[in-house]
Design a protein around this ligand. Structure first.
Ligand SMILES: [Zn+2]
Length: 128
C-alpha cells in the first residue's frame, strides 16, 4: 500500500515522493523522483512497480507487508500496534489479527514482540 504524501526511495536509492493515487489505469500512483536538476514526474503501479511486467531500478522500495493470518487466513486484519501494558508504552510493537469487526474482524492471533515495527512484522511473517 503506497501512501500519498509520503516519501519513498527507488530500489536504486533515489528519493521519491507521492502526490496522488489517480484511481485510473494501470499506473495510478503519481509522484516524482529527485534528480540532480530537480523533481521529475513519474507514475507507478499500486504495487510500486514502474514497469508493467518486469523489475526496474525505478521501482519503489516498500516496507515489508504483513502476510495473511496463519490462524484464520484473514488478509486485512493483521496490523502492527505499539506494545502497551496497562496504558503504558513498553517500547515495542507486536502484530495482532484484530478481532474487532471495524478493523477487519480477525481472530486475535498475535506475533512475538519486536523492538521496532519492522521487527514485529518480521516476527509475524516468519510464522505466517
Ligand atoms: Zn487471524
Amino acid at each position: 500500500m503506497i501512501e500519498v504524501g509520503k516519501k519513498y526511495h527507488t530500489v536504486d536509492g533515489q528519493e521519491a515522493q507521492i502526490f496522488a493515487d489517480t484511481g485510473i489505469g494501470a499506473f495510478k500512483i503519481l509522484g516524482a523522483v529527485k534528480k540532480d536538476n530537480g523533481w521529475e514526474a513519474y507514475t507507478w503501479r499500486t504495487n510500486g512497480k514502474y514497469l508493467l511486467d518486469k523489475d526496474s531500478s525505478l521501482d519503489l522500495k516498500l516496507p515489508e507487508q504483513l502476510k495473511a493470518c496463519p490462524f484464520c487466513g484473514n488478509n486485512e486484519a493483521p496490523r502492527n500496534v505499539a506494545d502497551n501494558i496497562m496504558g503504558k508504552s513498553a517500547g515495542g510493537y507486536f502484530v495482532v489479527c484484530s478481532a474487532k469487526e471495524s478493523e477487519g474482524g480477525g481472530c486475535g492471533g498475535m506475533s512475538g514482540w519486536g523492538k521496532t515495527e519492522r521487527l514485529a512484522t518480521t516476527n509475524w511473517n516468519r510464522r505466517a
